[in-house]
Design a binder for this molecule. Structure first.
Ligand code: NAD
Length: 276
């Protein structure tokens, strides 16, 4: 059991949704916080809430898809708190469109934020955590990182990559008997504003045209699943507990992993792709 009281956590995408849920749970454990996000207004609101509750919090505007921004984030963290003990690479975006019709600029945007963001976090922060000899690095994937559903091609690719990245990191840490741990968060539907934020931050902004009816229907289904989803504060608490208990897999809806088992069975038994 790891105790991070008085230690420092960095959370990207920390100004809203799941990231803010993590921030609240870490704050309740007496941690100092560095919140990074593209949205300055949301960052200011999060800073106000957490600092008024007595937490030492620093906010930094940061685009996780830019290495120089992530490196700057590490510098700001060390300048303020002198160390970094927990990193949650959590910022993410998504867009329901078929793999065939998704514009290349959207592929690049989604993969840059959702996959290169965690890669830059590992590259920048893991050496700092390892130098201290203990700590934890976590990244947010999705159930879409375990099962690839239709109409979410780029998101699936990025989120599968995040699972692969964190599994490699954790295995490498264990192989060298490090006290540093890694983990991956795979949420199911969580009630956040990810759809609106993704539309706001999309290069050129706005919803994509193309798949029209099918994408519109799927977007509606996703939106209603999100609105009926788990509260992000609950996810924050799950993450904080899993990090304390040094768990690797953090699943908000573990029963959904049965689909992964079904896919493995079908792969071995009749080599078909199951419906998902
Ligand atoms: N909500 C869900 O149902 C769900 C399910 C599975 C996975 N996830 C993942 O959880 C993570 C958090 O999403 P959320 O649901 O809390 O959504 P959210 O929109 O509430 O939070 C994501 C935050 O990331 C920020 N952001 C977007 N692009 C950024 C960039 N380039 N650099 C820095 N910050 C950026 C946004 O401003 C926002 O504050 C994402 O990685 C998402 O893919 C969410």
């Amino acid at each position: 059991m790891q105790d991070f009281t008085g230690r420092t956590a960095v959370i990207t995408g920390g100004a809203s949704g799941i990231g803010l849920g993590m921030a609240r749970s870490f704050a309740a454990r007496g941690m100092h916080l560095v919140l990074a996000d593209l949205d300055e207004t949301l960052l200011k609101a999060a800073e106000k809430e957490l600092s008024e509750a007595g937490t030492s919090v620093v906010c930094q505007v940061c685009d996780v898809s830019k290495l120089e921004d992530v490196e700057r984030l590490a510098e700001v963290t060390l300048d303020h708190f002198g160390g970094v003990h927990v990193v949650c690479s959590n910022a993410g975006v998504g867009l329901p469109t078929s793999a065939r019709n998704l514009k290349l600029t959207d592929w690049e945007w989604i993969i840059n934020v959702d996959l290169w963001g965690p890669i830059y976090a590992v590259k920048t922060f893991l050496p700092l955590i390892e130098e201290q000899g203990f700590g934890h690095i976590n990244a947010t994937s999705s159930m879409a990182g375990l099962v690839s559903s239709q109409m979410m091609g780029a998101y699936n690719v990025a989120k599968h990559g995040v699972v692969a990245l964190m599994a490699a990191v954790e295995r490498e840490l264990r192989a060298k008997k490090s006290a540093v741990r890694a983990s991956v968060l795979c949420p199911g539907p969580i009630n956040t504003n990810i759809s609106r934020h993704s539309v706001d931050f999309r290069p050129g902004r706005g919803k994509p045209k193309g798949d029209s009816e099918k994408a519109g229907k799927l977007a509606g289904n996703i939106q209603s699943a999100l609105e009926n989803g788990m509260h992000p504060d609950e996810v924050g608490e799950l993450v904080a507990k899993a990090i304390e208990q040094e768990k690797f897999w953090i699943l908000t809806h573990p029963h959904w992993a049965k689909t992964v088992q079904k896919q493995l069975d079908a792969m071995v038994n009749d080599q078909t792709l199951i419906r998902a």
